[in-house]
Ligand binder design. Structure first.
Ligand SMILES: NC(=O)c1ccc[n+]([C@@H]2O[C@H](COP(=O)([O-])OP(=O)(O)OC[C@H]3O[C@@H](n4cnc5c(N)ncnc54)[C@H](OP(=O)(O)O)[C@@H]3O)[C@@H](O)[C@H]2O)c1
Length: 282
């Protein structure tokens, strides 16, 4: 049976580049998309790739717990139908930057929900599928910006004094905490935090003010193309050398020290427990 990967954020930027490289490596892909039109464009654009592998596009929205749980059901049904309920690679790539405080249907802040809660729900929800793989790997896309973030358990979601950059940086810090906490709980399922560097994508112009979008376009002009970080991500997802390096933070395929606070186990555990409570309460 072919290897199969789930990629969130498949319709653009870093996620889309990973979908293309995985298909070229003859790995089947289940790409998660939130927008029908962008899903169609993805299928059309990738239809001519030379590969033995198959692309499934599953519709799903990661902006709330309820919607993420629906997306999880849709992903599982493809895995059950075509892959005997096994999953080899999970790439948590989808993410947002958002100007202004927006709460989702459960009252959770949108950046926190999309960038952190959905990763927690999907990854934990797919454990039994990953456990059926001969060579399971999980990747979570964090960011260099996590180094400049702090954690405040009294304002975890930044609902007090919301600030676009603070909310984003903290969500990317939580990604690293999650990777470390997950690696401790599930040592048999290798998991890696990824710093993709600065990448030319549209993330900074989708949910942002005119000013923030302008700043992003200026900054990102110095970034790499999305296939640059994707090439390292596919390497981490497939090269046997990485299996023993679970729980670490990687830039360009090389392990780096993450923000010193991400090593504090009581913080890792507290964030895990609070996240679990938030997710279970729905
Ligand atoms: N670009 C950078 O320089 C950079 C640097 C560090 C980290 N990152 C991280 O890299 C990841 C990918 O970002 P990118 O730069 O490639 O941006 P992007 O091109 O905007 O890609 C983000 C992807 O996430 C999807 N997405 C957003 N909200 C979603 C939701 N509610 N439900 C389902 N899918 C959703 C988007 O769907 P649509 O196509 O429908 O918009 C898109 O496919 C993010 O986690 C980001 O934090 C990026």
């Amino acid at each position: 049976m072919n290897k199969v990967a789930v990629v969130t954020g498949a319709t653009s930027g870093i996620g889309r580049a990973n979908v293309e490289l995985l298909l070229k490596a003859n790995i089947d892909v289940i790409g998660l998309a939130r927008n029908e039109m962008r899903a169609e464009v993805l299928k059309k654009d990738l239809a001519d790739i030379k590969t033995q592998a198959k692309l499934h596009v599953v519709m799903g929205d990661l902006s709330s717990t309820r919607k993420t749980q629906d997306a999880l059901v849709a992903i599982k049904s493809v895995l059950d139908k075509h892959y005997e309920g096994h999953l080899d690679i999970l790439m948590n790539v989808a993410g947002i930057v958002s100007s202004g405080l927006h709460l989702n249907e459960e009252g959770n802040e949108l950046t926190f929900a999309t960038n952190h809660l959905s990763v927690f729900i999907l990854t934990n929800g797919l454990i039994s599928y990953l456990e059926k793989s001969q060579d399971p790997r999980i990747l979570v896309v964090s960011s260099l910006s996590h180094y400049r973030a702090s954690i405040n358990f009294n304002n975890l979601q930044n609902k007090k004094c919301y600030n676009i950059l603070k909310a984003y940086k903290r969500s990317k810090l939580y990604n690293v905490f999650f990777v470390k906490a997950f690696a401790k709980r599930y040592p048999h399922l290798p998991i890696f935090a990824i710093d993709p560097g600065l990448v030319k994508t549209e993330i900074g112009i989708k949910n942002t003010s005119k000013l923030a979008a302008k700043v992003w376009l200026w900054r990102v002009s110095k970034g790499t193309e999305a296939n640059y970080p994707a090439s390292f991500m596919v390497k981490i997802a497939t090269d046997p050398d990485y299996i023993s390096q679970t729980g670490l933070y990687f830039k360009e395929g090389i392990p780096k020290k993450s923000n010193p606070i991400t090593y504090l186990e009581h913080h890792q555990d507290k964030l895990w427990e609070l996240t679990e409570e938030l997710v279970k309460s729905v």
